[in-house]
Design a protein around this ligand. Structure first.
Ligand code: IMP
Length: 197
């Protein structure tokens, strides 16, 4: 089956296609020649996933899904959360976001944190939400040069390395996004399997 991913991010689209395998082919809005930006104006991750999926469904009339991810830090009452991409301000770099996070955590011994990904799938006019999380802690310094975003600061549970020190395959085998995508894949396989039998 074909699914539209409400995003222009070709790296994420490739990563999701790798996780989903042959059963489902994912195309980004860019792949369809649609360059419209969908604003993320929701105040929670599920709200943002829903509004992006709904906008893409309205534009394409096809089966679509959208994702939204945030880093939630326990000692900061869940911040940066839904504003993870713009924590240090609009248009600021991942480095600036990480520097702000280190500043905010100065003197705090509780470094527990988690990444959460929410996915909203719209198929046959029905909406379905899937969530994946990765628990871990925030390190005291940035380490590693792989990945993106907060990866150089995030140490997943059961490891001493940051996500930026893991290979892409290692990260994909534990990541919040991979877990949410896997839940969507299982749902689609079950749903389509039952309609075809
Ligand atoms: P998005 O919803 O996937 O665009 O993610 C929002 C923001 O969360 C990104 O701009 C990153 O700062 C951060 N983020 C999302 N996923 C990851 C990840 O896997 N590693 C590190 N940072 C991430």
């Amino acid at each position: 089956m074909k699914l539209i991913f409400a995003s222009h991010n070709q790296n994420k689209t490739r990563e999701i296609n790798q996780i989903l395998g042959n059963f489902i082919q994912v195309y980004s809005l860019t792949d369809l020649g649609i360059h419209e930006e969908i604003p993320e104006t929701g105040s929670t991750l599920p709200e943002n996933a829903l509004l992006k999926a709904q906008a893409a469904a309205d534009i394409t009339g096809l089966s679509v899904f959208a994702d939204d991810t945030g880093l939630e830090v326990e000692a900061l009452n869940g911040a940066p959360g839904v504003i993870s991409a713009r924590y240090a301000g609009p248009g600021k770099s991942a480095l600036a976001n990480m520097e702000k996070l280190l500043d905010e955590l100065q003197g705090k011994s509780n470094r527990n944190a988690r990444f959460v990904t929410c996915i909203c799938l719209i198929i046959n006019n029905e909406k379905h939400l899937f969530e994946g999380e990765l628990k871990g802690r925030i390190g005291y310094e940035m380490r590693g040069d792989k990945g993106f975003g907060y990866d150089p600061l995030f140490i997943p549970e059961g490891d001493e390395r940051t996500l930026a020190e893991l290979s892409a395959d290692e990260k994909n085998s534990i990541s919040h996004r991979a877990k949410a995508i896997e839940k969507m894949r299982l749902f689609l396989e079950t749903k389509l399997g039952s309609t075809q039998s």
